[in-house]
Design a protein around this ligand. Structure first.
Ligand code: SRM
Ligand code: SF4
Length: 514
């Protein structure tokens, strides 16, 4: 017998609380929560159901909530970014924001009594946090240079927005998809360099020509503490106008048949394993009501992955997009106001985010470039950062995440600066930090991935990492694997230095005195 939703006798505690009361039900209670305060809230509402509204109780900082937005295709207007800045500004030193590995923003320091007001503010500028956590579909990623890149095949922006609108009922919340077995990730790329890490999504659409332009469909990619898999081909090709209905059909199959008894096995790939890809494909066809055209023999991902840091001409003559390096994605209110102002003054009032946790300001005219580049904010968020800093990615880690086994962002920053001061690099090296095996910082896609763990040294328990290598992104993406286990963080810097010298051609600036 399969472990489907129908085997109710096996319901785990998550399935039980979802069955008792839908996650979205707390939408109507938010004013009540604001009045009674978080201490008086029901435990499941506080710890779990609020995540259906994108509101995360942080056990590490009780009373200071995190809010996870939805930013389809990673694109905001400057007025939206200013609203996000206003929200965190009121929390002084507690207020901050992070660009996430899904082209998204998380806000920190939020007090529950302010949430009704904050939601009203979001509403006025068309922002939503709905269904961005727990057993919901995460922020949908698309090409960060969609509509700007002369070499793209397809501009993903509208499609990503349409999928989000369908899945979230235009950002209001969609009870049709509020009880999935677990999380679900969707990515679409119409470019040549796999800018979204298609291979690590439950459902990914990659450009491919068959009857004209369309997408090959990949399914089942995911990372978890228990297992990490790259997505596999569904042997299906779809036209752009078929994508929204296909996403709906696949998410419905996941909702109705995904394994639920064991949360470790509740991601799409486990269902595909159980059914076999052929049966999965047939079930999707039945639900979709159409027969698939088989996949195009090759997709159009032919380039190495770009990081978009720097100045690049757009397909629109005379205009440029400028990629700014935001070290480990961390932003404060003043940074965000300033980014919004720069986008307004020099660009078209638009800011974009990448899955590498960086920002792009598009539509800057040739004539405005020099003045833009002289703006003080660019001293902090550079267009020509060091070759390690430009590719550094880090998950939240111990500062705010209770799953974390180690501190990541601050440590990653300090170690990157230290290594850059010791070494002369000849190429960017992508180092990803992640605080625990959940792999939010995607160490498996990195040149060097560092996964937090606890290690024993001299009778003491210390923060440490498992080292991953071999991750390849862009064309022919491959997941990296663990090459060295249990390195204490205090011993890590010389080990990374050695790896950078022996495997990535770095040279010492000066001999190291042991
Ligand atoms: Fe993640 C859980 C942060 C991208 C795999 N992730 C969490 C939580 C919600 C745990 C928690 O409640 O504390 C973390 C919130 C910490 C905080 O306060 O910020 C968290 N995940 C993040 C972010 C913010 C990391 C970052 O610094 O960028 C990313 C937010 C993305 C977004 O905007 O929605 C983030 N998480 C990812 C990714 C990467 C991706 O999507 O490309 C993964 C691996 C890919 C995947 O999911 O297949 C990822 N996060 C997980 C998992 C393991 C999932 C599983 O199936 O077991 C968990 C644990 C869970 O869900 O129970 C998790
Ligand atoms: Fe938290 Fe672990 Fe995800 Fe980092 S990888 S944000 S420590 S759950």
């Amino acid at each position: 017998m399969t472990e489907t939703a129908t085997t109710t006798e096996k319901l785990n505690k998550f399935e039980k609380f979802k069955a008792e009361k839908d996650g979205l039900a707390v939408k109507d209670q938010i004013s009540e929560f604001a009045q009674i305060g978080w201490e008086a809230m029901d435990e499941n509402d506080l710890n779990h159901r609020l995540k259906w509204l994108g509101v995360f109780f942080r056990p590490v900082t009780p009373g200071k909530f995190m809010m996870r937005m939805r930013i389809p295709n990673g694109i905001l207007t400057s007025s939206q970014l200013s609203v996000l800045a206003e929200v965190i500004q009121r929390y002084g030193d507690d207020g901050s924001a992070d660009i996430t590995t899904r082209q998204n923003i998380q806000l920190r320091g939020i007090k529950i009594e302010d949430i009704p007001d904050i939601f009203n503010q979001f509403h006025t500028v068309g922002l939503t946090t709905i269904q961005s956590g727990m057993d919901n579909i995460r922020n949908i990623t698309g090409d960060p240079v969609a509509g700007l890149d002369a070499n793209e095949f397809y501009d993903t922006r509208e499609l990503v927005q349409q999928i989000q609108d369908m899945l979230t009922n235009n950002g209001e919340g969609n009870p049709e998809f509020s009880n999935l077995p677990r999380k679900f990730n969707i990515a679409i790329t119409g470019g040549r360099d796999n800018s979204v890490h298609a291979e690590i999504n439950d459902l990914a659409l990659v450009p491919a020509f068959k009857e004209g332009f369309g997408f090959n469909v990949l399914v089942g990619g995911f990372f978890s503490g228990k297992r990490c898999e790259a997505a596999i081909p569904l042997n299906a090709w779809v036209k752009p106008e078929e994508v929204v209905s296909l996403c709906k059909a696949i998410v419905e199959i996941f909702r109705d048949h995904g394994l639920r008894a064991n949360r470790q096995k509740a991601r799409l790939m486990w269902l595909i394993d159980e059914w076999g890809v052929e049966k999965f494909r047939t079930e999707v066809e039945n639900r979709w009501g159409k027969t698939f055209i088989t996949a195009a023999p090759k997709d159009e991902i032919a380039w190495e992955k770009r990081d978009h840091i720097g100045i690049y001409p757009q397909k629109q003559p005379g205009l440029n997009y400028v990629g700014l390096n935001i070290p480990v994605g961390r932003l404060y209110a003043d940074d965000m106001f300033e980014l919004a102002r720069l986008a307004e003054v020099y660009g078209s009032g638009e800011i974009r985010f990448t899955v590498e946790q960086n920002a792009i300001i598009p539509n800057i005219s040739d004539s405005a470039l020099n003045t833009f580049l002289a703006e003080p904010l660019l001293n902090k968020f550079g267009v020509n950062p060091g070759l390690l800093m430009r590719s550094l990615v880090s998950c939240t880690g111990a500062q705010f995440c209770n799953f974390a086994l180690i501190e990541t962002k601050n440590r990653g920053l300090a170690m990157t600066k230290a290594l850059e001061s010791e070494l002369i690099l000849s190429q960017p090296v992508r180092i990803h930090w992640t605080g625990c095996p959940n792999s939010c910082g995607q160490p498996q896609v990195a040149d060097i991935g560092l996964m937090g763990t606890k290690v024993r040294k001299n009778g003491q328990t210390l923060e440490g990492v498992d080292i991953y290598m071999g991750g390849k992104v862009g064309k022919d993406a491959v997941l990296g694997t663990c090459v060295q286990k249990s390195v204490p963080c205090e011993d890590l810097q010389p080990i990374l230095r050695e790896i950078l010298i022996t495997q990535f051609g770095a040279k010492l600036r000066e001999p190291v005195i042991a």
